[in-house]
Design a protein. Structure first.
Length: 89
């Protein structure tokens, strides 16, 4: 029998379970252009939030921005209500 105790592993060795940890969030560096439409620009600016979120948090932001942009497009189809003196009947 051998009475020698095994030496501990060095601290800089990565354990197998830690080898697949996700990377920290990092900006993608995608430039966002101003459209000139304040409502659209506000929704597109919200996309910058995903630069600071882990990947599993992106979906919620993307879906919210998509809903907002669809609402902006839908509002363009709405007919303005006539003013009191524009009765053309």
């Amino acid at each position: 029998m051998n009475d020698v105790t095994p030496e501990p592993e060095p601290a800089d060795v990565v354990a197998p379970q830690d080898a697949h940890e996700p990377a920290a969030p990092a900006p993608l560096g995608v430039e966002r252009e101003v459209t000139g439409h304040p409502g659209v620009d506000a929704h597109l600016a919200r996309l910058a939030e995903v630069d600071h979120l882990p990947a599993d948090g992106h979906l919620e932001v993307y879906e919210d921005v998509h809903r907002g942009l669809r609402a902006e497009l839908t509002s363009l189809d709405a007919h303005p209500t006539p003013r009191p003196y524009e009765n053309r009947s």
